[in-house]
Design a protein around this ligand. Structure first.
Ligand SMILES: NC(=O)c1ccc[n+]([C@@H]2O[C@H](COP(=O)([O-])OP(=O)(O)OC[C@H]3O[C@@H](n4cnc5c(N)ncnc54)[C@H](O)[C@@H]3O)[C@@H](O)[C@H]2O)c1
Length: 342
């Protein structure tokens, strides 16, 4: 009977996942809503009829205009935006008590693997301390489920592929990865001790319109477009499981629609591409040739990321749809219109 109920829940979730039923006025809260993934998620939830609240500190880690433009766009569609540090629990608590969110999607963080070499304290502040405050907030609220961003970087340089959730993730290559592993462990403790529901999502190299300027797809596009050199670690022979933003957003919404209580789950494409192929697709779309400069591997770069997505497929009916060539095409169309019209 228990098994039949579980199958029924999975089937219902899968139906929703393919074509999300509109939900009117259900309040949901997103931290890091001015960020790349936060913006994509809020955009889709607003379209589905959710009442979306969100906060962001608007850090200047990358172009603040891009973050402001994302917020402006979302506010025009109905986002309730708070410029707030998630560690400011004093201000957040009354709002949460008033609106009783079922789900808190925590995406706020200091991202970037290379930046963690030069700014280690940012990762302690925004990935560890901030996460602890979010856990404490959820503990106080009792009913709110936490859906939070982890990362493929937790797998470090594990040379077994595809990478699945049961693998031992105790050998991170960067401080950034270490903070994401710590978050997963903190969430486990809060589930064990306080029964806090949480779903950790290990995102794999997300790209697409409104993407981050510190990531390869932006840096390569900008360099190729302006005739500047493209720096390629190991000549582009590394692999990444590049995942299009809409697929990631559909995965997160699949979790929101589900009854999952405590999980850690990969969200990737499940099919890695060579970084050199990313360069080729950008060249083709821009109609310009890249000037490639090879760089030796540094200690924080891993050879390959490759998501095993069978768990997400089974639990939420997750089915990524966008291949790298198509996604790069969509990204460059956005890039041209956004950066040429400002
Ligand atoms: N983009 C990817 O490829 C990728 C891959 C793996 C994991 N992730 C994770 O997904 C999440 C979202 O990533 P993203 O690509 O949208 O990054 P992003 O930098 O675009 O967004 C993060 C946002 O969080 C905000 N922020 C940081 N600290 C804050 C704080 N203390 N309080 C409030 N806001 C704060 C920043 O201002 C930023 O706008 C992050 O947790 C990141 O580590 C992203």
């Amino acid at each position: 009977m228990k098994y039949l109920t579980l199958l029924f829940c999975v089937w219902i979730t899968q139906c929703f996942c393919k074509d999300f039923a509109p939900i009117k006025d259900k309040p949901i809260f997103i931290t890091g809503v001015a960020g790349f993934i936060g913006h994509g998620l809020a955009d889709k939830l607003l379209e589905l009829g959710y009442d979306v609240y969100g906060c962001d500190i608007l850090s200047d880690y990358y172009d603040l205009n891009l973050k402001r433009d994302r917020v402006k766009r979302l506010e025009a569609k109905g986002l309730h935006f708070y410029r707030l540090d998630v560690r400011n629990i004093k201000e957040l608590t009354p709002l949460f008590l008033q609106l009783q969110f079922d789900d808190l999607v925590h995406l706020a963080a200091q991202p970037g693997i290379r930046h963690s070499l030069t700014h280690p304290q940012d990762y302690i502040d925004h990935n560890i301390d901030a996460f602890l405050q979010v856990l404490e907030l959820c503990k106080k609220l009792k009913k709110t489920r936490l859906i939070y961003a982890s990362s493929s970087s937790v797998y470090g340089d594990i040379q077994l592929f595809p990478q699945h959730e049961e693998m031992n993730v105790s050998s991170p290559n960067s401080l950034y990865a270490a903070t994401k592993i710590a978050d997963e462990l903190f969430a486990k403790v809060y589930h064990h001790v306080y029964g806090l529901q949480s779903i950790g999502l290990r995102f794999f190299t997300v790209y697409g319109p409104w993407g981050r300027p510190d990531m390869a797809h932006f840096m390569f596009t900008q360099a190729i477009d302006s005739g500047k050199p493209v720096m390629l670690f190991d000549g582009g022979r590394l692999y990444r499981d590049f995942t299009y933003i809409d697929d990631i957003v559909n995965g997160i919404i699949g979790v929101i629609y589900s009854n999952l209580q405590f999980e850690i789950m990969n969200l990737g494409k499940g099919n890695p591409d060579k970084i050199g192929d990313l360069v080729t697709f950008i060249e083709q779309k821009l109609g310009k040739k890249a000037v490639v400069v090879e760089k030796p591997l540094n200690k924080t770069e891993v050879y390959k990321t490759y998501a095993d997505i069978s768990k997400a497929k089974g639990l939420i009916g997750y089915e990524p749809e966008v291949d790298l060539k198509t996604g790069v095409g969509l990204y460059i169309e956005w890039y041209k219109s956004y950066y040429n019209t400002r």
